[in-house]
Design a protein around this ligand. Structure first.
Ligand SMILES: [Fe+2]
Length: 317
């Protein structure tokens, strides 16, 4: 029931490894767990065509018209702004802004829809926790469950290939393990592009990275609680590599990639600061971000932190 396929890419590009876990597979089986951890830590993607997270009929009707849940719709279809749910408080963050054509915008949620959206997002977070507990029992104790993101707006413009960095939420060397689900109520696909492995990407852009260690400003912002902890050199390197890659037009045109289609009802899991990715199209997805300490990994040497430290030759946290 498990299908370990190596999606062949062109010779220099290397290989994107994908593990498909068919519906009905026993996630507790030792072989399934072994393959899942191998794939995830190796910079691959775990794909669950029918992951099992579902909306009720009422919830589906509610989100099927964004006018039911939001007071206005942006004119640019780049999937923003997103809605962020904080599992610690049990509520949607009120002041989460995104920059859209130079303007700062946030999703204005209707009061009538807020309890339902919060219930969906809370339930989603719990569901991802149960998937993690089944597939990656060795991670469970060490994982820090962070935000849930809901993307109610359509994306019809390709997002540049990138690794995730988390401005405002420094990981301080931990990896970002994310569980995504396409909850589109009318079966629209979510389409992604997936790029080359982490190491060749880093080698290409590393010579242009300039970092200076934590700035007095980030220390100050962390101290007064505006950002969630001080940015380490690791956070700075990841942010710089991400920005250099996204800005490089030549790279964005010529970099190797695979397209991946995620139907409604499917879920996928990846370490997103290790896997180059970019959304192309889709509407209505949920994802849960966990921070994964490298020591909790089966093979810490495959973490973005340890790969970067090896290539740079110094400790980054
Ligand atoms: Fe991303």
């Amino acid at each position: 029931m498990v299908n370990e396929e190596h999606v062949a890419k062109d010779e220099e590009a290397g290989i994107l490894k994908m593990l498909t876990i068919e519906p009905g597979t026993d996630l507790l089986a030792a072989e399934v767990r072994r393959m899942a951890i191998q794939t995830l830590e190796g910079g691959g993607l775990i794909y669950l065509p029918k992951g099992g997270f579902e909306l009720s009929e009422r919830e589906r009707v509610l989100i099927s018209d964004t006018a039911n849940i939001l007071t206005r719709v942006p004119d640019v279809e780049n999937g923003k702004p997103t809605i962020i749910f904080d599992p610690e408080s049990g509520h949607i963050k009120k002041y989460h802004y995104a920059q859209i054509q130079g303007k700062m915008m946030r999703a204005q949620i209707k009061d009538t829809a807020r309890p339902d959206l919060e219930a969906i997002m809370a339930r989603y977070g719990q569901w991802t926790e149960s998937i993690i507990a089944q597939l990656f029992p060795s991670y469970q104790q060490a994982l820090d469950r962070k935000r849930v993101t809901y993307r109610p707006f359509p994306r019809n413009s390709t997002q540049a290939l990138h690794i995730d960095s988390s401005y405002g939420y420094p990981t301080q060397g931990r990896s970002m393990l994310r569980v995504f689900t396409n909850i589109n109520p009318v079966n629209r696909l979510r389409i992604w592009q997936l790029g080359e492995p982490f190491e060749p990407f880093v080698q290409r852009f590393l010579p242009d990275v300039k970092v200076s260690g934590p700035s007095w400003l980030s220390i100050l912002l962390a101290r007064i609680g505006l950002i969630d902890g001080v940015k380490t050199k690791y956070d700075q390197y990841i942010a710089a590599l991400r920005a250099l890659g996204m800005r490089d037009k030549e790279y964005q045109v010529s970099a190797p990639r695979e397209l991946m289609e995620f139907p409604a009802g499917s879920s996928w899991i990846a370490i997103t600061d290790l896997v180059l990715h970019g959304a192309i199209s889709g509407q209505h997805s949920l994802d849960q971000t966990f921070y994964l300490p490298v020591e909790a990994m089966n093979d810490p040497s495959r973490s973005p932190l340890r790969i970067l430290e090896r290539l740079i030759g110094e400790a980054l946290v």
